[in-house]
Ligand binder design. Structure first.
Ligand SMILES: Nc1ncnc2c1ncn2[C@@H]1O[C@H](COP(=O)(O)OP(=O)(O)O)[C@@H](O)[C@H]1O
Ligand SMILES: [Mg+2]
Length: 244
């Protein structure tokens, strides 16, 4: 048997020849991972070969060599992501959760209080205000990979790059830019964050201010419990300031 991959955070992943076996720790965000891979059917994402729902087990195509996209030059990586995103957008609905459900499940203000108010309240206010405005005025609802950072895009042979590890959600396209905009593995500075926002919205014909608001709120929501919270907070500040 081959050794499991070391970089698994909420799963156990072990290669088995041309396939990998992934056992997920049951987790709200990965609940419909198999359904998303199934919908993509190998188009831009690793192909699902088999799925045992009871055991939270997924057998999927192995990406070889499996190099992470963040090991590429960061401009090249951004280009790859801009090409990949539209291929993953598929009009769909249940079983995937909607962005509306997801944002109302996040309890940003409570988390912020419970964890000792680790940053300024204006970021909590801005996140809540962004969601209040954006949720009810969305465009077409498509499948989005809520965790499409460049450690979840691997070099493969069938295609140069394939997405793995979807945390699927259904919402407007702008929401799905959040993991890339805050993706510090592609550069952590005000300039790098705003460049990702500007580049992706221009390339993909999306609304910059909506993408900015979603990225700000999702970054704050996902910062709780993350060892990278200080970095995420900096990113959220840059995004807030970019709207003034
Ligand atoms: N289809 C695959 N092909 C090759 N390696 C994979 C594949 N899926 C996962 N891996 C490896 O396992 C690691 C963890 O898998 P991932 O699905 O990202 O789990 P987690 O949800 O724990 O982040 C990845 O970083 C990668 O190195
Ligand atoms: Mg991952």
């Amino acid at each position: 048997m081959e050794e499991p991959f070391a970089d698994a955070y909420v799963s156990y992943v072990v290669p088995a020849g041309a396939a990998v076996l992934k056992i997920q720790w049951p987790h709200r965000e990965s609940e419909h991972e198999a359904a998303a891979l199934e919908l993509w059917a190998g188009d831009g994402a690793a192909r699902l070969l088999a799925h045992d729902e009871k055991r939270n087990a997924l057998l999927m195509e192995r990406c070889r060599p499996g190099t992470y996209l963040h090991q590429a030059d960061s401009d090249d990586a951004l280009r790859v992501l801009a090409d990949l995103l539209p291929r993953l957008w598929r009009p769909t609905g249940p079983p995937f959760r909607s962005v509306a459900e997801e944002t109302s499940w996040w309890t940003i203000r409570d988390e912020w209080k419970k964890t000792g108010k680790p940053f300024e309240e204006s970021l909590v206010d801005a996140s809540e205000a962004a969601f209040a405005e954006l949720v009810t005025s969305q465009g077409e609802q498509v499948l989005l990979h809520q965790d499409l950072h460049s450690g979840n895009v691997l070099a493969a042979d069938r295609e140069p790059w394939l997405a793995i590890d979807p945390k699927p959600v259904v919402g407007e396209r702008e929401f799905g830019l959040a993991p890339i905009i805050r993706g510090f593995e592609l550069g952590h500075s005000r300039r790098a964050v705003l460049r990702r926002l500007d580049f992706l919205t221009a390339e993909l014909g999306l609304d910059r201010d909506r993408a900015r608001g979603w990225a700000l709120g999702q970054t704050i929501a996902w910062s709780f419990g993350s060892k990278y919270q200080p970095r995420h907070i900096e990113t959220a500040r840059w995004l807030l300031e970019a709207g003034r």
